[in-house]
Design a protein around this ligand. Structure first.
Ligand SMILES: Cc1cc2nc3c(=O)[nH]c(=O)nc-3n(C[C@H](O)[C@H](O)[C@H](O)COP(=O)(O)OP(=O)(O)OC[C@H]3O[C@@H](n4cnc5c(N)ncnc54)[C@H](O)[C@@H]3O)c2cc1C
Length: 387
């Protein structure tokens, strides 16, 4: 079915597929219906070490490159599941790994690798700033050996199921800064101590089961050593981590696309109307073939982004293009799969309507398609900045 470049992750893929077989459509449907956190699935992924593949061996992980993580996430999505409940445990720690002190790395990374600590909440987006993260208003003000944090985040996914949060806050007002992205800092907030002591988490119900929340900071006091790296350089640190997030989410989109294509082609071969398989009609075949071509092209772009990422080369353009192309391929496949199934595409038990809703997210988050296009126009095509 696919034209995968042979990869060295066959064993990992087989292992993830076997694990996912224990979590069939009924499991995901029930979690979705109840908007419940898929605890058993996340625990099984953790226990098998799949969430620690990017953590270096010296800190208790497997020290593999990003392509191993891509294989894992793609397989989860290709199996009909959804890794959003735990994917951030894989990559949020990258900011600590790249920019944290040796004390922070040895204090946190081994426990993140073992799953004792969950670092899968990422607080950047705010209600009034939207995509323009330079306009965040959450402030962290240094007072002796603490910072006092006030403000609000929105869409902070998995905050209720995370021990730690990576928080982007202003340590200097935007107006006082020479450049708008200066004066922001990153903190590793221990939410276990903070909830009820200045930190409030409120879940947001959404059209998908995503455990997302809004988070309020009301004179929350955090130790000064929660600061990651240098004060004022946080925006740069967050950007560094975004490439990994975009590449990995792209792989989930490829998994989704392949699930839709597999499901639709099997149905189209089998379902007979007017005395012949519906798959004999070009009106059914062509959207499927187009979605397949889009998916394979996007998968190649992700391989390019991943190769650059793993050698430490700049990959912002490729990571952005991967996310855009893969999310669009997944959406084309989702749309095609519903249409191929006719009325049955709407029935819960086929899992298509759930996956259809889930696949829509990635044209909006973690960054929307328009902003990727604006980035390409400005940074690659040398056109005037449009925003
Ligand atoms: C389910 C879910 C989970 C999320 N999880 C997290 C999380 O864990 N942590 C976190 O920090 N954030 C998270 N987000 C937030 C997500 O990253 C933002 O929703 C996304 O970046 C878009 O921001 P916004 O919703 O404020 O839209 P806005 O910035 O208000 O934009 C609205 C629309 O206008 C368009 N637009 C804005 N400016 C321009 C422009 N200059 N040119 C062209 N079009 C433009 C955008 O593309 C978008 O389509 C999540 C969002 C969702 C829905």
């Amino acid at each position: 079915m696919t034209t995968d470049i042979p990869d060295e992750f066959v064993d990992i893929r087989d292992g993830v597929r076997a694990l996912c077989a224990e979590f069939p459509g009924e499991y995901w449907r029930e979690q979705d219906r109840e908007q419940a956190y898929p605890t058993e699935f996340v625990e099984t992924m953790t226990k098998n070490g799949y969430l620690a593949v990017l953590i270096p061996e010296e800190y208790g992980g497997s020290g593999l490159g990003i392509r191993a993580a891509m294989a894992i996430l793609e397989e989860v999505h290709k199996s009909g599941g959804n890794a959003a409940a735990c994917h951030a445990q894989m990559y949020t720690m990258g900011t600590v790994l790249r920019h944290g002190s040796e004390e922070q790395k040895s204090a946190y990374l081994p426990r993140i690798a073992s799953g004792k600590l969950r670092l899968q909440a990422f607080g950047v987006t705010e209600p009034t700033s939207g995509t323009d993260a330079t306009r965040i208003r959450t402030m962290a003000v240094k007072e002796g050996d603490h910072y006092r944090v006030n403000g609000q985040k929105v869409w902070t996914s998995r905050a209720e199921y995370s021990d730690l949060m990576l928080l982007l806050a202003r340590t200097n007002p935007r107006e006082d800064m020479e450049k708008r992205h200066h004066g922001m800092s990153v903190f590793l907030v221990d939410m276990r101590d903070a909830v009820g002591n200045g930190l409030t988490i409120r879940p947001i119900r959404t059209m998908i089961n995503h455990a997302t929340t809004e988070v309020f900071f009301d004179d929350l006091m955090i130790p000064a050593d929660s600061l990651i790296g240098e004060e004022g350089r946080g925006f740069r640190y967050i950007l560094d981590g975004m490439n990994a997030e975009r590449i990995l989410i792209s792989s989930e989109c490829i998994g989704d696309a392949r699930w839709f294509i597999e499901k639709a082609s099997a149905y189209a071969r089998d379902r007979e109307v007017f005395g012949r398989p519906i798959g004999q009609n070009q009106g059914i075949q062509f959207p499927m073939a187009r979605a397949y071509a889009q998916t394979e092209a996007a998968a190649l772009m992700i391989q390019k982004a991943a190769a650059l990422f793993d050698t430490g080369d700049p990959c912002g353009t490729e990571a952005n293009m991967s996310k855009m192309l893969a999310s669009e391929a997944a959406w084309a496949a989702a749309e095609m799969c519903v249409q191929t199934h006719g009325g049955y595409g709407f029935a819960e038990e086929y899992d298509i309507e759930r996956k259809f809703r889930e696949a829509r997210l990635y044209q909006v988050a973690p960054i929307s398609t328009n902003i990727i296009l604006a980035y390409l126009a400005e940074h690659v095509l040398d056109l005037p900045r449009s925003y």
